[in-house]
Structures are given as C-alpha cells and as structure tokens.
Design a protein around this ligand. Sequence first.
Ligand code: GDP
Ligand code: MG
Length: 163
Amino acid sequence: SKSIVAVVGRPNVGKSTFFNKVAGKRISIVEDTPGVTRDRIYAEAEWLGNSFTLIDTGGIEPFSKDIILQQMRLQAELAIETADVIIFMVDGREGITAADYEVANMLRKSNRPTLLVVNKIETKKLESNIFEFYNLGLGDPIAISAKQGLGLGDLLDEVVKLF
Ligand code: GDP
Ligand code: MG
C-alpha cells in the first residue's frame, strides 16, 4: 500500500509551509500564531514516480509549554504508529529546545526511519546553524527553506529512498 510520510515538530517550525509546498496546493493553514493547525491534514504527493500520503500534524493553539510538549508527544506517537517515514522538523534559527530533545529521543527509540530536517535556512550564513542539531542523535541534519522552496528536492530524494 501507499507509503505514509508524517511531519512532526514544534509549533511554528514550518511544518504546514513545507506540507503545502510538497502537496502543491495551499491546503494546510499557515499562521503566524504558533500551532494553529488544528488537526492532522492529509495530502497525496508524488516524487520521482513514488506516490505517498503526506500528513501534517499540529494541534490546538497551545497555552503553555506543558501543552505544547503534550501535543508533540502525541504527534510523535501517532507518527511512530502510522508513518513509514517521519520528518522531524526543527527551526534552524531558534536552535534546539528541550521539547526537540524529548521528541528526538522518542523517535530514536522507535527505530522508525526518521529524517532530521532543519528549516528556515535561507542563506549561506545560516548554513552553519545546522551543526548543533547533530546533538539530537538522529543523523545528518538536512537543511531546507520551506518558505523559499530550497533543498526540497534533495530532501524528497532521501524520503523516497526510505520507502
Ligand atoms: P507550523 O506551526 O510548524 O505548521 O509552522 P507554519 O508552517 O505555520 O509556519 C510558522 C511560521 O514560520 C510562519 O510565519 C511561516 O511563514 C514561517 N516559515 C515557515 N517556513 C519558513 C522558512 O523556510 N523560512 C522562514 N524564514 N520562515 C518560515
Ligand atoms: Mg501547522
């Protein structure tokens, strides 16, 4: 059956922006308010002849760090259960947070194929920001800019290799 790719990560890292770029339509809601995506949203996508279902995850608007963490744990658990490939997205401008470490640990222990994606890397200068993400223990970070559409092809190459 068709492969499932789930995008998980903290509110505001750019999951929905990425989802919309790959899905080719503006389906998921992008807001400057963190975590505005209310539900999981599905889209059919294709890369190099591989069709797959892409899942955007979000949650209700978070009131507190505790709620954000709770939602992220749930997202990660759902992704671990249902996805063939998990894209764990982090914010290349903000750096690693405690919540990132927690989710990274869950994903690593699950042994699900996971790609660590560092978003918001638009410039050469920002590229050196990706190195700290090696500390998450999920292998080589992949730099993209979902907004500018940079690095998406290379990332999707890695995704379909894992099917
Ligand atoms: P989500 O909460 O993870 O789904 O994040 P969104 O996709 O809703 O994006 C949150 C904010 O980050 C929005 O203001 C986006 O425009 C912005 N954003 C998303 N991708 C990028 C990117 O590649 N570069 C920059 N600079 N901003 C981005
Ligand atoms: Mg979203």
